[in-house]
Design a protein around this ligand. Structure first.
Ligand code: GDP
Ligand code: MG
Length: 162
């Protein structure tokens, strides 16, 4: 069976955009309005001759508490079922309370976790992204899912970690 890479994080951080980059096709639905991704959709991917599947997550609830719960549930599910978890954070926004709640859960994860700082479209945003070390889940890996910046390095790290 293929190794499973789960992509988690709050709505609108660019999870589906990253999934499309990883699979090299535009199959995951990207929306300016949060909430369009159905729960957990799996896609076949491959990098450096290594096949794996990548699982997009979505769903959202309108209240802050609901959002915490929904994203936390995604993270808990990923801890039980995935071989690697990518936690995506929007570097232009910084760490939100939901990002902190999810990170707190993932600090206990036996499944390896990679922190992805997305929307680093230019060098100017690199210092904002570095602040995400504060989440306590390791080094923020800086990418721009829309521009493709940093995605090849991230994929190298993914297959090294799997
Ligand atoms: P999801 O809800 O986490 O799946 O996020 P989406 O992939 O649907 O993206 C939400 C919004 O963020 C869309 O408008 C994307 O075009 C935008 N977005 C995603 N990645 C980037 C990025 O690297 N840079 C910028 N500037 N915008 C991005
Ligand atoms: Mg999505």
């Amino acid at each position: 069976p293929r190794a499973v890479v789960a992509v988690v994080g709050r709505p609108n951080v660019g999870k589906s955009t990253l999934v499309n980059r990883i699979i090299g096709r535009r199959e995951a639905v990207v929306e300016d309005v949060p909430g369009v991704t159905r729960d957990r959709i799996s896609y076949d991917a491959e990098w450096g001759g290594r096949p794996f599947s990548v699982q997009d997550t979505g769903g959202w609830e309108p209240t802050a508490k609901g959002l915490h719960q929904s994203v936390s549930r995604q993270a808990e599910h990923a801890m039980r079922t995935a071989d690697l978890i990518l936690v995506v954070v929007d570097a232009t926004v910084g760490a939100t309370a939901t990002d902190e709640a999810v990170s707190r859960i993932l600090r206990r994860s036996k499944t390896p976790v990679i922190l992805v700082a997305n929307k680093v479209d230019s060098n100017k945003l690199e210092s904002d992204a570095a602040a995400l070390w504060s989440l306590g889940i390791g080094e923020p890996r800086l990418i721009s899912a829309t521009h493709g910046r940093g995605v090849a390095d991230l994929l190298d790290l993914i297959i090294e970690t799997l």
